[in-house]
Ligand binder design. Structure first.
Ligand code: SF4
Length: 400
């Protein structure tokens, strides 16, 4: 999904280099990048990328704001021709001043020295016993704690997805407290993810329970990482002048409808991504359920896509049909989940059920029944039956 994507790989001889992808992007023209080279030795990666940019500078559509992206040029030329031009240009840039030397690699590597890990056993039996005795802690371990390559350590996601709070939002006090947690538990380092959460990357397993208790007090221990309420959400109409619709209040409305943690754990992995306009800052194209705010005659509506996925096997979602009003959206999500619960195999994720069945059964459930008097985006009314909870406007009052 990036203009240029670099993936560290080893070749058959065990040498380190990069697989290079090019021409990805979201927004108005969503495209998954394609491979331009399966292996560029690490010494030459900067000059190779330089050649990609040089070809783009030569032929890209910088004259047109809507077309001024590498993805547009790759589409216009085709990947074979784009690659040919890049490789031809690389003959001039390769071995130039931007070639990375061993001395330069060593200099930069020294800035990323590993923290002073202790020698610890692979797992902590006291921590495992606590997990057995405490369901809430066990759920947090399951969802928010990730394995670590160093024995006795773990990586912890501090959730910024507490229901009632804008996804990814944290107060100044919470940020100060999170910094203190990083000092106490993770060598003073804290990371921020595109999923709008915080990560403490180097936590001793024996410290996990204490960290959980401290994070709980801060409202950062919701055991929902990768679940329904762990939504990506752009600022939308509350803060962004480009927005067609509000995103944050919609995320809040959906979260409140599905706030039950047992239900969320039963539904399992689910990514809901919300963007307030086609610029796609909320990455709706690659959400398992993607929601896009659209404008119709000055009113906000929401278009649904399903089947998208981020990661190495990225896929763009497919639009299921006409848009919905704000008030209808929680029910629309409920109906998509009804199909999933009805049709899923044991332990099958939502996204895998969508892949197996296609979007038709989901469309049928969502649009299957007409509602009298429903406001529609043109055409006869199709929509939801049953209780659709009305949400007052504005539903969510920002804190700042
Ligand atoms: S997706 Fe649109 S509304 Fe949301 S932050 Fe980006 S530009 Fe603003």
């Amino acid at each position: 999904m990036h203009d240029i994507g670099l993936q560290v790989v080893k070749n058959a001889r065990g040498e380190v280099g990069f697989r290079v992808l090019v021409g990805g992007g979201l927004g108005r023209t969503p495209v998954i990048g394609v491979e331009i080279c399966d292996f560029v030795p690490w010494q030459h990666i900067i000059t190779y990328v330089e050649s990609i940019v040089r070809v783009y500078n030569e032929y890209g559509r910088r004259d047109n704001i809507y077309k001024a992206r590498i993805k547009i040029l790759v589409k216009a030329l085709g990947i074979a021709e784009f690659k040919r031009q890049v490789e031809a240009d690389w003959q001039f840039t390769k071995n130039g001043p931007c070639t990375i030397t061993q001395a330069e690699l060593d200099r930069v590597s020294a800035c990323f020295a590993a923290p002073a890990y202790e020698q610890l056993p692979e797992s902590d039996t006291a921590a495992e016993a606590l997990q057995r005795d405490n369901k809430a802690y066990g759920n947090w371990l399951k969802r928010n704690v990730k394995p670590h390559k160093v024995p006795g350590y773990a990586s912890v996601v501090l959730s910024l997805k507490q229901t009632g709070i804008a996804p990814g939002d944290a107060t100044a006090e919470q940020m100060d407290a999170a910094a203190a947690l990083a000092e106490r538990f993770s060598f003073g380092e804290l990371r921020i993810t595109h999923m709008q959460n915080l990560v403490l990357a180097d936590v001793k397993q024996s410290d996990l329970f204490a960290l959980w208790e401290a994070a709980k007090k801060l409202g950062m221990a919701t055991a929902n990482i990768g679940l329904l309420t762990d939504m990506i959400c752009c600022p939308g109409g509350d803060f962004c002048t480009l927005a067609n619709a509000r995103s944050i209040p919609l995320a809040k409305a959906i979260a409140e409808c599905f706030d039950d943690m047992d239900f969320q754990h039963d539904i399992g992995e689910l990514e809901i991504n919300i963007s307030g306009c086609i610029n796609a800052c909320g990455h709706h194209h690659v959400g398992h359920i993607g929601i896009l705010g659209v404008d119709k005659d000055g009113e906000e509506w929401y278009q649904i896509q399903i089947g998208g996925e981020q990661g190495n096997e990225a896929v763009l979602g497919k639009v299921i049909g006409r848009s919905f009003s704000f008030e209808q959206m929680p029910e629309v999500i409920a109906r998509l989940l009804q199909v999933y619960v009805r049709e899923r195999y044991d332990d099958e994720r939502f996204i895998d059920t969508v892949r197996r069945l296609g979007i038709e059964p989901f469309k049928a459930e969502v649009y299957g029944t007409a509602i009298e008097g429903e406001k529609e985006l043109g055409g006869p009314g199709y929509g939801l039956v049953g209780d659709v909870t009305p949400y007052a406007t504005p539903y969510y009052s920002p804190r700042f």
